[in-house]
Write a protein that binds this ligand. Sequence first.
Ligand SMILES: *[C@@H]1O[C@H](CO)[C@@H](O)[C@H](O)[C@H]1NC(C)=O
Ligand SMILES: *[C@@H]1O[C@H](CO)[C@@H](O)[C@H](O)[C@H]1NC(C)=O
Ligand SMILES: *[C@@H]1O[C@H](CO)[C@@H](O)[C@H](O)[C@H]1NC(C)=O
Ligand SMILES: *[C@@H]1O[C@H](CO)[C@@H](O)[C@H](O)[C@H]1NC(C)=O
Ligand SMILES: *[C@@H]1O[C@H](CO)[C@@H](O)[C@H](O)[C@H]1NC(C)=O
Ligand SMILES: *[C@@H]1O[C@H](CO)[C@@H](O)[C@H](O)[C@H]1NC(C)=O
Ligand SMILES: *[C@@H]1O[C@H](CO)[C@@H](O)[C@H](O)[C@H]1NC(C)=O
Ligand SMILES: *[C@@H]1O[C@H](CO)[C@@H](O)[C@H](O)[C@H]1NC(C)=O
Ligand SMILES: *[C@@H]1O[C@H](CO)[C@@H](O)[C@H](O)[C@H]1NC(C)=O
Length: 299
Amino acid sequence: MAVHLPCLPVLLFVFLAVHVPVTHADPPLLSTYNVSMCSESFWCGSVEIHYPFYLANATEAIADYSGNIFSCGYTDLSISCKLEGQTWIPTIRLDGDDYTVENISYHYDHQTILLVDSDVLGGAGGDCPAVRHEVSFNETWLHSSSYNDNLTFLFGCCDPRGHGPVPPEFDAYKINCTQFKSPPGAGPGDSFVVIMTSEHNRYLEQELAMNCNMTVTVPVNHDVLMAASNQSNFTSGGYGDVLKRGFELEWSRITGTEDGCHLCEASNGQCAYSQHREFLGCLCHRGKVGSPDCKRSSK
Ligand SMILES: *[C@@H]1O[C@H](CO)[C@@H](O)[C@H](O)[C@H]1NC(C)=O
Ligand SMILES: *[C@@H]1O[C@H](CO)[C@@H](O)[C@H](O)[C@H]1NC(C)=O
Ligand SMILES: *[C@@H]1O[C@H](CO)[C@@H](O)[C@H](O)[C@H]1NC(C)=O
Ligand SMILES: *[C@@H]1O[C@H](CO)[C@@H](O)[C@H](O)[C@H]1NC(C)=O
Ligand SMILES: *[C@@H]1O[C@H](CO)[C@@H](O)[C@H](O)[C@H]1NC(C)=O
Ligand SMILES: *[C@@H]1O[C@H](CO)[C@@H](O)[C@H](O)[C@H]1NC(C)=O
Ligand SMILES: *[C@@H]1O[C@H](CO)[C@@H](O)[C@H](O)[C@H]1NC(C)=O
Ligand SMILES: *[C@@H]1O[C@H](CO)[C@@H](O)[C@H](O)[C@H]1NC(C)=O
Ligand SMILES: *[C@@H]1O[C@H](CO)[C@@H](O)[C@H](O)[C@H]1NC(C)=O
């Protein structure tokens, strides 16, 4: 299995698990690992990726004799790096949906990741992309950011009585773009976009939703939305610009004293987790695995 990434010559991983019984009460299931699999840092396009983020392919390669798969970081912070055309694109999968990673901030008081729904960047719909799903993720390591506002989309909207168009009072919110295609399953009818910042709009959205088959609410950046919401082109492409600028999530361990990872990190190790988010061991220098920290790694 070979991956070729810029700025990182060695990413071909062959792994040898040597199981050495250790006497510690709660030994890791693996006692050594190939350090080049969990490389310290690499670039995917313009995004620097390092612990607790890690390359998705690396995890697939580290398994112990009993089939436990070790991550090189926090389970959910797995990044796939793929070449599209001339560009390396980092992608994260959250609850089954792909998001393009635009930036990661590792600053201790600003630990954030900037994401864009990969469907929105896919090019379908031109200036007016369609969102197909809400944004959901497990909150063990990822959290919503206060810099986000909500944007609500309503698809497959008809007047419920006559199956004609929706009453004209909602026209200001109608998506007005010839290339626009509503997502699969929405059925025929018009589509609308409502900015969810006021009580008025909440009421309006509820009224409108009674005429529609499908409602999808997604986070967008507050400042970007405010700047675009007053433009006359908002429903004919401006909202698409807002979606393409993405939204931010915060990443961190919430409490972190219950599973041993804090001890591992305090000893300069990297926490390895299972696919089920269980702490499995501490990846230490020179390929040793400790439990729970690098002071107690195998000799
Ligand atoms: C893993 O690497 C292979 C190439 O060796 C590539 O085809 C595949 O897309 C990669 N998978 C992920 C999840 O990055
Ligand atoms: C560790 O990985 C490197 C790079 O993929 C490889 O050359 C080396 O043979 C591996 N070492 C072991 C012990 O598997
Ligand atoms: C990425 O985030 C860092 C840290 O917050 C910031 O300094 C940098 O300007 C950002 N880059 C882009 C392209 O947004
Ligand atoms: C998040 O992950 C934890 C650990 O795997 C799990 O216990 C919890 O149920 C998950 N939460 C959701 C909403 O899936
Ligand atoms: C956006 O919607 C989500 C889910 O409906 C909600 O939890 C969150 O508070 C909303 N955010 C804002 C800024 O209104
Ligand atoms: C909802 O979708 C169904 C088919 O999925 C369609 O028959 C119906 O007309 C749609 N309703 C509206 C209001 O668009
Ligand atoms: C839709 O957009 C076109 C071109 O921007 C404009 O001429 C037309 O009046 C708009 N229609 C509505 C209903 O807003
Ligand atoms: C948007 O327009 C409204 C009135 O049309 C105005 O009161 C408000 O200040 C404008 N907001 C921005 C950010 O320009
Ligand atoms: C909408 O208008 C703004 C301001 O004029 C412009 O910067 C933006 O490119 C326009 N977006 C589209 C999709 O036309």
